[in-house]
Design a protein around this ligand. Structure first.
Ligand code: LCS
Length: 407
């Protein structure tokens, strides 16, 4: 990109972050190097002191990684981004930079299982108090503030219940009390939701999901809104060391080029699948932000520009029927992760949210029978046919069991 024209996201995903390199390649080359030579000792010292800009050592910065970081910052509308070795590394680094012993964090109670464990299990060991709260209950969020509350952390839509946090209202509550808002935007990606527009202060991502999109990289990112935050995150990341290597950065940057196309297609297909599930006699309930039956459908329409790829549902036969269904899919893979090109199905209580324990799951309204599906870019009729045959198997087994039981 060579001018300051305000490009649309569909254009930015293709061009953002691509700089000028020797020989003018149209994508950033992979700088597969750990260290960069200095012109002389004085220049090395100047680079370390920050008097000169340039690369030193790949934990502290690398051109291929920087290209990806610039792309993500542009898409989110932030000041700068930092690529991390995983989504969890990004969350850990951001919280380590923002919190110190004696501080308090309010965290949405429906978050990825290990995020819950990090906040409730690890932070208290470092002298940081945590309160978990339903992020859709603004009164409860307001009541949770303490004089030492420094961060409000939300995932929206939440994994896996798809509860939605009102980012504008929560940012207002937090800012009135001197706290900042960190949003995990993994489920939506910057194509479907831009938390900074609603007042959020920091965005984190698991790049493993929609941004990379191809199930071949584990990565994460922190996006800072201003330079001071960026510098503080950079310092912590340099010292904690959870960086993303150049090859992975190249792959994620490549994946992002189709992000806008994928998110549009996946949101459309997911709505069709959600409508199919809602009509199916074997299904007890379905949650998808773009369904009118979602309790926060209006808020979803305001804050997001598509429903995203993830649907949660429960079968009438509960956990046992859900298990049979998951074991019966043929096109979808029975695997964790989400947001990528392939459709995946999984069981949060037994898999992604198992480490939270039953009490935290119950508080987060994650039922034992909840099944989560992430819709890929396959033909939607093929996806529906696969889920249909798996549901058929699950309901015929439940009927058979009921008949045997009665007999
Ligand atoms: N944030 C969200 C919303 C996530 O869903 C995940 C992973 C993470 C952060 C952590 O990212 P990672 O370190 O794995 O890159 N969620 C997963 C899931 O639902 N299934 O498998 C992983």
């Amino acid at each position: 990109m060579t001018d300051d024209h305000a490009y649309t996201p569909e254009t930015l995903v293709v061009h953002a972050g691509v700089g000028r390199y020797p020989h003018r390649p149209v994508v950033p080359p992979i700088y597969q190097v750990s260290t960069f030579a200095f012109e002389n000792a004085d220049q090395g010292a100047a680079l370390f002191a920050g008097r000169e800009q340039g690369y030193i050592y790949s934990r502290m910065g690398n051109p291929t990684v920087a290209a990806l970081e610039s792309c993500i910052a542009t898409l989110e509308g932030g000041y700068a981004a930092l690529a991390c070795g995983s989504g969890m590394a990004a969350i850990h680094t951001a919280l380590a930079a923002l919190l110190k012993s004696g501080d308090h964090i309010i965290c949405g109670d429906t978050v990825y299982g290990p995020t819950c464990t990090l906040v409730e299990g690890f932070l208290p060991r470092w002298g940081i108090e945590a309160t978990m709260v339903d992020p859709s209950d603004l009164e409860a969020v307001e009541k949770a503030f303490r004089p030492n509350t420094r961060v409000v952390y939300v995932e929206t839509p939440g994994n896996p219940t798809l509860v939605i946090a009102d980012l504008e209202a929560i940012s207002r509550l937090a800012h009135q009390r001197g706290a900042i808002v960190v949003v995990d935007n993994t489920f939506m990606s910057p194509i479907l939701q831009q938390p900074f527009k609603w007042g959020a202060d920091v965005v984190v991502h698991s790049l493993t999901k929609a941004l990379n999109g191809h199930a071949d990289v584990v990565g994460g990112a922190i996006v800072a809104k201003d330079e001071a935050d960026y510098r503080s995150f950079r310092k912590v990341l340099n010292h904690l060391g959870g960086v993303l290597p150049p090859l992975e950065s190249f792959l994620v940057h490549r994946g992002i080029k189709t992000l806008a196309l994928r998110m549009k297609q996946q949101s459309e297909s997911a709505l069709k699948v959600a409508e199919f599930l809602e009509e199916h006699p074997a299904i007890d309930w379905v949650r998808f932000p773009w369904l009118k039956s979602h309790p926060q459908h209006e808020l979803a329409r305001k804050q997001m520009s598509g429903g995203g790829p993830v649907i949660s549902f429960e079968l009438k036969g509960g956990l046992e029927a859900g298990r049979t269904m998951m074991n019966s899919v043929k096109l979808c893979s029975l695997a964790v992760s989400l947001g990528g090109v392939e459709s995946l199905i999984q069981h949060p209580a037994g898999m992604t949210h198992a480490t939270m324990g039953p009490e935290a799951r119950c508080r987060a309204r994650i039922t034992d029978g909840l099944v989560r599906v992430s819709i890929g870019i396959e033909n939607v009729d093929d996806i529906i046919a696969d889920l249909d045959q798996a549901l058929e198997t699950a309901s015929s087994r439940s009927t058979h069991r009921a008949q045997v039981g009665a007999g």
